[in-house]
Design a protein around this ligand. Sequence first.
Ligand SMILES: [Fe+2]
Length: 241
Amino acid sequence: MRTSLSPFGLVVTPEAGEDVCSLPPALLARWVGQHRLVVLRGFPVVGVEDLADCARAWGPLLRWDFGEVFDVTAVHAVPFHWDGPWAEQTPSYLFFHCPAAPVSGWEMTFCDTTRLLASLSVDELRRWDGVTITYHGGYADCVYSSRLVDVHPITGEPVLRYQEPHDPAAYPIPLLLEFTGVPDAAGLVAELRDRLYDPRFCVTHRWQSGDFLLVDNHALLHRRDPLPVATLPPLHRVHIL
Ligand SMILES: [Fe+2]
């Protein structure tokens, strides 16, 4: 069964006997292309050793130093960002699996930047369109640059590429932003924060045990709040190119 979420996203539950790894890749690509975020709920749990093989059926995987499957273990907050801008190829999709969720408190919020950009006036879009940001530090501890308004490499739509700065007072690893093409960088940061947290563009996913989540990493930015250590769940993530 399929249920649309608001303002975007799709929840899919299985037919009898269906498992995630048997879903046709073309069908998943269509769902995530239309809905940006697909929750696969109620399917049999997949062991971490089989998760990469399952995801590989949908596309080649990004291989990091630690391998293909990352266990999300950090409990600190992570502000809005997209994954892998410093990688040799930015992943197209994030694929998560949460075999056992805690009772509460484990959430992730996604912002559909195509909707956000579509809401801007012509003047606002023109102003944002000329901005480039160079990022210094952060969890990747490197330097990389990106246009603020970029092009979705699959659909050709305009998308927002933005990593929120980490306040050095609140985060152990600061992420500093250097702007070009905008006279009032502080004003732009405030403007971006207002837009990114606007509920018209956001979906908060509350993890349930067994959930799989397939996410368009080019169209969406994601963030999460801090999590108490005692409720840390096992959450696995794979990057699909
Ligand atoms: Fe991330």
